[in-house]
Structure formats: structure tokens, C-alpha cells
Write a protein that binds this ligand. Structure first.
Ligand code: ATP
Length: 236
């Protein structure tokens, strides 16, 4: 479904990605783990066109999307939930959700998807007329994910969805991510600091260090890998 080939991305003179290769198949949950500043966010931004790579190739269902504009990439079926859950704080929950469906014209299906996200996150229905900025951190994350789902993506890019949330909410968010994948067959690419939890719901994982992928394996193997345990899972 998605193939990154030797991706190199820069911020001015700073090279953030130094030749990244990643492959994702339809239906998978893939996680990308690594320390602060390793290049995880830049990887997602390279895919969604926000930080276009200087060289390398990104293919989505065999089509070259490397230099397409972000809105074009969204319309092809890739939605990105950025770090820090950037919702529109002055717009209501409903208006935030409407924006997620902005590029669509299929009104009946939009209504179905609105039902789907409010079933996933019933609290959003209750808060429908409230300004996004008045929601709690966890509710804002739910809104950010729901807004992305309103674009009916084939591939959902999630950047640190658990960041700064209370443990009980984190648990809920991970459960919902799994549900989005299993119920709606949405493929998920999940960037997480919370490597333990991420690997528990993912099929496979990539480990990134200093702008490069240093390891990729099944989640099962990564969870028991000595080096990974020591560096990222807080274990021995
Ligand atoms: P974190 O978990 O802290 O977000 P990350 O793994 O997502 O880390 P990136 O945010 O992708 O890492 O950063 C990769 C590298 O690019 C870092 O060295 C970072 O300092 C640098 N970088 C990121 N954004 C910019 C920017 N806007 N301008 C310059 N350098 C940047």
C-alpha cells in the first residue's frame, strides 16, 4: 500500500531523514518508535506532503506521491493526525468534524461516517455544540482522530496520540486505534514514544535512530528483543 524508498528530508541545512525505507501493507497496524528527535514526526510529514523529501520516492498503491501537495495526498486517502492534536479551538466539535469531510461530496456516506465516529467516541456527540478548545486533552485527541476519519482515509497517520494524556485515557485511545483498524479495515501508521503499548497493538514495528531505520521486525520479536527492551521499553 505504502512504500518509502531512500527518503531524505531536510529542514534548511539540517538533514532529518537520512535514507528511510518503510513498507506498509493494506490492513496492517505499523508502529514507528525511537527517541526524541530521531525523525519520526518528519517521516509522517514527508508522507503527508507537509515536509516534502528532497530525494527518494514515496508510492501509495503504486502511484508516486512524493511531490504532491498535502490536499492532493489527503484526497487520495491519507489522513494525518499531527502531534499536539491541532483541532480548531474556536470552532464547535461539529464544525471540526465537518472540516474533516471538506473534500468529500458524498453526503449520505458523510452522515454514515459521522455516526461511526460518534459511536467510537460517544462523548463527542454530547459535546457537539461545544467549542473544541473547551474539551479535555483526551477529548481533543478523540476529536482530532475523528476529524481525520471523516476524510474516510485508507491510511491513517497518527503522531503520538497518547502524549500528555492520563493512563486511563491512553488505554482507551489504544483500544480505539485497534478497533478502527479491525472494524473499518483502516491501515494505521502509528508514531509513539509509548513503545510498549504501541507494539502491543501493532503487527510490525520500525525502530528509528538519528534519521535512519535501524531495525524492523514483527511486534512480537521487537517486544522481546534485548536491545529494544533496554533502549525503548524501560526493561532489562
Ligand atoms: P519527537 O518525538 O521529539 O517529536 P521525532 O522523532 O518526531 O522527535 P523529528 O521531530 O522528526 O523527530 O525531528 C528530527 C530532527 O529534525 C531533529 O533533529 C529535529 O531537531 C529536526 N527538526 C524538526 N523540525 C525542525 C524544524 N522545523 N526546523 C529545523 N529542524 C527541525
Amino acid at each position: 500500500m505504502l512504500k518509502l524508498e531512500n527518503i531524505k528530508t531536510y529542514y534548511g541545512n539540517i538533514q532529518a531523514l537520512k535514507g528511510v525505507d518503510i513498507q506498509i501493507s493494506e490492513g496492517e497496524i505499523i508502529t514507528l518508535i525511537g527517541a526524541n528527535g530521531a525523525g519520526k514526526t518528519t517521516t509522517l510529514m514527508s508522507i503527508s506532503g507537509i515536509a516534502p523529501p528532497r530525494s527518494g520516492k514515496i508510492e501509495f498503491f503504486g502511484k508516486d506521491i512524493t511531490n504532491l501537495a498535502p490536499n492532493h495526498i489527503v484526497s487520495m486517502g491519507i489522513s494525518h493526525v499531527p502531534e499536539g492534536r491541532r483541532i480548531f479551538p474556536d470552532l464547535t466539535v461539529q464544525e471540526n468534524l465537518d472540516i474533516g469531510a471538506f473534500l468529500r461530496k458524498d453526503k449520505e456516506d458523510i452522515a454514515k461516517d459521522l455516526n461511526y465516529v460518534t459511536e467510537l467516541f460517544p462523548i463527542l456527540k454530547k459535546r457537539r455544540k461545544q467549542a473544541g478548545g473547551t474539551l479535555s486533552g483526551g477529548e481533543q485527541q478523540m476529536l482530532a482522530i475523528s476529524r481525520a476519519l471523516m476524510g474516510r482515509p485508507k491510511l491513517l497517520l497518527l503522531d503520538e496520540p497518547s502524549l500528555g494524556l492520563a493512563p486511563i485515557i491512553v488505554q482507551k485511545i489504544f483500544e480505539i486505534i485497534k478497533e478502527i483498524n479491525s472494524k473499518n479495515k483502516t491501515t494505521i501508521f502509528l508514531v509513539e514514544q509509548n513503545a510498549n503499548q504501541a507494539l502491543k497493538i501493532a503487527n510490525r514495528g520500525y525502530v528509528m535512530e538519528n534519521g535512519k531505520i535501524i531495525l524492523s521486525d514483527t511486534s512480537e520479536n521487537l517486544l522481546t528483543n534485548k536491545e529494544v527492551k533496554k533502549a525503548y521499553l524501560g526493561g532489562e
